[in-house]
Design a protein around this ligand. Structure first.
Ligand code: BES
Ligand code: ZN
Length: 617
């Protein structure tokens, strides 16, 4: 194992090897490949477990007979059975030692006489602490009456609720039958075949092959409302109307996406609004994006998130990174596509504002990242993907594509994108496949515009190459003027004309204030704009960061409430980080974190516990 890992590391350094092993999976996918999955699961809210079986059809690829190895993490494996005609025959299996990042390999002794295609049934249950599930009590939901369950499988948490080859290199179609207590509706990132809310029986069908990290399930007091012909929203009843209003443009986004990137290949596109502990902004589960309620701002100002998750239907779900080293193929492309959608639906100005804000986030993020973590293709050997999450695959990835866009022109780039999605549709690829494709379809066809070594600089060196086309702040000139006037003392906060400021204007105004402000300046801003009680969670986040930095105590009750109710990592992690810089802040952080912890998702706990209790983790 050791020599295997260092060989992989060496190949990353030389960036010469076409196919890299996935360092985050135990599965021996060169020997066996899962071809199709059927899940049969009961949702047990009493015990906070899923219980049932996974039936997986495998293909044997190698001539040699070897054991079959699957990924698991805190699963209880009851038995493994082999389909022999109509009967099931028990097979010996073994669970290996638990690795803190990877979980436990499940090694199955496949019969020597097994044909090339064979089926296994694994009877199992998840455990209450499954890293890819969150079980919420009724109190933690909007309605307060029924419990709620949701999954978050990306990057390597599918294995905590399904035993399988948990690597994005392998794709498979699936079907499922899910049973819930009466009155609780189950949904999956899949087509919904049968729905019986009375009996609590639901069946699902996902005919298109997907990678394991897109497996998704949720259950709770959910209702559905249509937005358009192919789009709609699932949410708790009390959230449904505001969600349908906020995301009313989803159908339009889907239409422009098809014009821009080619046909939408997944049938429906629905949204599921989760409780506020959902650890991400959104997750592109196929046919059913999972969405944080923290973007329900009332004015549709944060819907770039929907454009983003929808765009993954092409970049990510159709053409998939084959390991987490190449996450930028999913996220960088998606941020680039998201901007195309935003521009088509809301205009160029909105797109440019969001682009500038994203770039500023990247620059701030670089300052906290070791050089080797600033590559687009990043060696994650021995790393926990949850802990190395950064803006680099997103915003640096976007900037590389913007650079290509400028070099080849928009028409050529649009054609390149649709051809790329078509060519690699339903396949998992590595950075090297992208490079070979760009070589053939851009560099060779239009010589002299960009070189292969320039591309490689983007991918295998830290920071931004000087080639980068940086998004200008022109769109924010009046905001810069207002801020400068306020800081110079020549313009009182209440005299700034903010009547038509958008959320993006506010974020730009706040994020670019100096680190240190006086108590009087903070109080003046707060009095004029009521920032401490801002209803927009992104604006509140930027303001609270500044309030912490400057020990502006009037904002701390809001800060406490914010950390106790929101579990979206991108919003809470920077606040804990900022709090830990002073002793008084650290004390507050530890106290609030411990009280918030029972309501946080496992991922939010892992990431923030290290920040708040650095000595014990
Ligand atoms: N697929 C990601 C979330 C993710 C990435 C989970 C890597 C686990 C590992 C999702 O599409 C995403 O990028 N969400 C962002 C949206 C934002 C960039 C608009 C988020 O949650 O903030
Ligand atoms: Zn994404």
């Amino acid at each position: 194992m050791k020599s295997f890992l260092s060989l992989t590391a060496a190949c990353v350094l030389l960036h010469a090897m076409p196919v890299l092993a996935d360092v985050h999976s135990y599965a021996n996918i060169a020997d066996y490949r899962q071809q199709r999955l059927h899940l049969d699961l009961a949702v047990d809210f009493e015990q906070s477990i899923l219980t049932g079986f996974a039936e997986i059809e495998f293909e044997r690829l190698s001539a040699e007979r070897s054991a079959l190895v699957l990924d698991t993490r805190s699963l209880v494996i009851r038995s493994v059975e082999y389909a022999k005609g109509k009967r099931w025959e028990r097979l010996p299996f073994e669970l290996g030692a638990a690795d803190p990042i990877l979980g436990r390999p499940l090694t199955i002794d496949v019969p020597a006489r097994a044909p090339r295609q064979f089926r296994l049934r694994i009877n199992y249950e998840s455990r209450p602490e499954a890293s890819g599930l969150q079980w919420l009590s009724p109190r933690q939901t909007a309605g307060g009456e029924l419990p709620f369950l949701f999954s978050q499988s990306q990057a390597i948490h599918a294995r905590s609720w399904v035993p399988l080859q948990d690597t994005p290199a392998v794709r498979f179609p699936f079907t499922a039958e899910v049973r819930t207590p009466p009155g609780i509706r189950a949904v999956m990132g899949a087509g919904s075949a049968e729905v019986d809310r009375e009996s609590g029986r639901y069946t699902f069908d996902m005919p298109q092959p997907i990678p394991s990290y897109l497996l998704a399930i949720a259950a709770g007091d959910l209702e559905f409302r249509a937005i358009g012909e192919r789009t709609g929203v699932f949410a708790e009843p009390s959230v449904l109307a505001s969600a349908a209003h906020e995301f009313a443009d989803t159908e339009r986004m889907l239409e422009v996406s098809e014009q821009l990137f080619g046909p939408y290949r997944w049938g429906r596109y629905d949204l599921l609004i989760l409780p506020p502990s959902f650890p991400f902004g959104g997750m592109e589960n196929p046919r059913l994006s999972f969405i944080t309620p923290t973007v329900l701002a009332g004015d549709r100002s944060l819907v770039a998130l929907i454009a983003h998750e929808l765009a993954h239907s092409w970049s990510g779900n159709l053409v998939t990174n084959s390991s987490w080293r190449d996450l930028w193929l999913n996220e960088g492309f998606t941020v680039f596509l998201e901007a195309r959608i935003m521009e088509a639906v809301y205009g160029e100005r909105r797109r440019r504002m969001e682009e500038r804000l994203g770039y500023e986030d990247l620059i701030a993020n670089f300052a906290t990242l070791a050089p080797e973590m600033q590559h687009l293709a990043v060696d994650l050997t021995g790393e926990d993907p949850d802990l190395v999450f950064s803006q680099v695959p997103y915003e640096k990835g976007r900037l590389m594509l913007v650079w290509l866009d400028r070099a080849f022109g928009r028409d050529t780039m649009n054609r390149f994108l649709t051809d790329y999605f078509d060519h690699f549709a339903f396949r998992s690829i590595a950075t090297e496949d992208f490079l070979a494709y760009v070589d053939e379809h851009l560099l060779a066809k239009y010589p002299g515009r960009v070189s292969r070594s320039e591309l490689e600089r983007w991918i295998f060196t830290p920071g931004l190459p000087d080639l980068a086309v940086l998004p200008s702040a022109d769109v924010f000139t009046r905001i810069d003027d207002a801020r400068a006037g306020f800081l110079a003392g020549s313009l009182a906060a209440e005299s700034i004309d903010t009547a038509d400021w958008s959320t993006q204007d506010w974020l730009y105004f706040l994020n670019n204030l100096p680190e240190q402000l006086s108590a009087a300046q903070l109080a003046e801003l707060d009095a004029a704009f009521e920032l401490t009680t801002a209803g927009n969670n992104e604006i509140a986040h930027s303001w609270l960061k500044m309030a912490i930095r400057n020990d502006y105590r009037p904002a701390w009750p809001r800060l406490e409430e914010y950390l106790l109710t929101i579990g979206r990592n991108k919003l809470v992690r920077p606040l804990y980080t900022e709090l830990m810089r002073t002793e008084a802040g650290a004390e507050f952080a530890r106290d609030v974190f411990l009280r918030a912890k029972p309501g946080y998702h496992p991922l939010t706990i892992t990431v923030n516990e290290r920040i708040v209790f650095p000595e014990t983790s």
